[in-house]
Design a protein around this ligand. Structure first.
Ligand code: DAH
Length: 355
């Protein structure tokens, strides 16, 4: 005969889930004692069954419930134990081999912020979903301007109540307008961020990163622009022999406009920035077009300025020697381990921004 009390005692005494499971099987399993009692009902006469059945069913109910309660108690205790013993101290450094790396794009953005902070520039941001006014028109690229077609723009579905669809910004230049509107003048800032163009090959991805520079003040000249770019590129490439060449160019939002090349030379069989064996283009720049200053609500008779824009990914490739842009955005852990930076190596001018 099954003693209900013994069974309940054994359930209460089970110290872990496997002991409890053993008790459950011995009572309710195929060959369990309560299962046997249930089976025995079949061979009883109706009188015996009438008196025994309620007792046996009640026993089964009682034992089933006791097991469920004990199970939940043990599970909670197990969870408490895990929480207490497996707590992660997020302030501890990750063990060797387990730590992630800082992506070269983040690294270069940090380096640029550090360099320009030293020159008194702040950091500004703007939306990646932009109106055509900010992305084009305010920058002196009116509708039907050929420069709009040059940028392989992604157009979004029009929003209700808006007659013009928004775009994924094709460059960081719209932040120029937003910054002048928000802060007035004088202004000195950089604006790093994602930009989008429908383009894809070894050196183009549909999303990439740019950084914009903007200075607005009184009596700003091309000389200020050239000095700023030279100082920036020398600090960034960490070489004093960085030589700049400014070539006349055209951008709708600057007048005059210049494309800037840096000299390169071959060192140990590799092409590096510095010297002047050859030239490669690194950025676009110019004196802000008076119409752009007016579009941003300032008086161009009082305020002048310069701007420049360049690709952050491209700067990273030039400095750290990658020749394909696509793996930047593949999330391949081997690439990240190889080209990534240690999280604690924060770029500082005094320590060399290159980490
Ligand atoms: N927005 C231009 C582009 O994406 C780059 C650029 C050129 C930015 C000249 C500037 C500039 O601020 O002055 O191609």
């Amino acid at each position: 005969m099954t003693d209900a009390e013994t069974m309940l005692d054994r359930i209460a005494a089970a110290e872990n889930l496997s002991e409890l499971e053993a008790v459950r099987v011995s009572a309710l399993g195929k060959a369990g004692s309560i299962t046997a009692l249930l089976k025995s009902l079949g061979s009883m006469d109706s009188e015996g069954r009438a008196s025994e059945a309620p007792r046996i069913h009640a026993l089964r109910e009682q034992v089933t419930q006791a097991i469920a309660e004990r199970k939940s108690t043990l599970e909670n205790a197990e969870l408490e134990r895990k929480l207490a013993t497996e707590a992660i101290d997020l302030s501890l450094p990750a063990p060797e081999g387990l730590s992630g790396t800082v992506h070269p794009v983040s690294q270069v953005m940090d380096e640029l912020a550090e360099i320009f902070a030293d020159l008194g520039f702040s950091v500004a941001e703007g939306p990646e979903i932009e109106t055509q006014w900010y992305n084009f028109s305010a920058l002196n690229m009116p509708e039907n301007h050929p420069a709009r077609a040059m940028q392989d723009t992604f157009y979004l579905e029009p929003r209700e109540g808006e007659d013009e669809p928004r775009v994924l910004r094709t460059h960081t230049s719209p932040v120029q307008i937003r910054a002048m509107e928000a802060h007035g003048a004088p202004v000195r800032l950089i604006a790093p961020g994602r930009v989008y163009r429908s383009d894809s090959d070894a050196t183009h991805t549909p999303m990439f990163h740019q950084i914009e520079g903007l200075v607005i003040d009184r009596a700003i000249t091309l000389g200020h622009l050239k000095w700023t770019l030279e100082t920036f590129l020398k600090a960034f490439f960490e070489r004093d022999d960085v030589v700049l060449r400014m070539r006349p160019s055209y951008f709708p939002f600057t007048e005059p406009s210049a494309e800037v090349d840096v000299g390169w030379s071959i060192e140990k069989g590799r092409r590096v920035v510095g010297g002047q064996q050859g030239w490669m283009e690194v950025l676009g720049s110019g004196m802000i077009h008076p119409r752009v200053i007016a579009n941003a609500g300032l008086d161009p008779a009082e305020w002048q300025g310069f701007a420049f824009g360049t690709g952050v990914d491209r700067l990273a490739m030039l400095k750290y020697g990658m020749d394909d842009l696509r793996p930047f955005f593949d999330g391949d852990i081997r690439w990240l381990k190889h080209y990534g930076f240690r999280a604690l190596d924060v770029p500082t001018l005094s320590g060399g921004v290159g980490a």
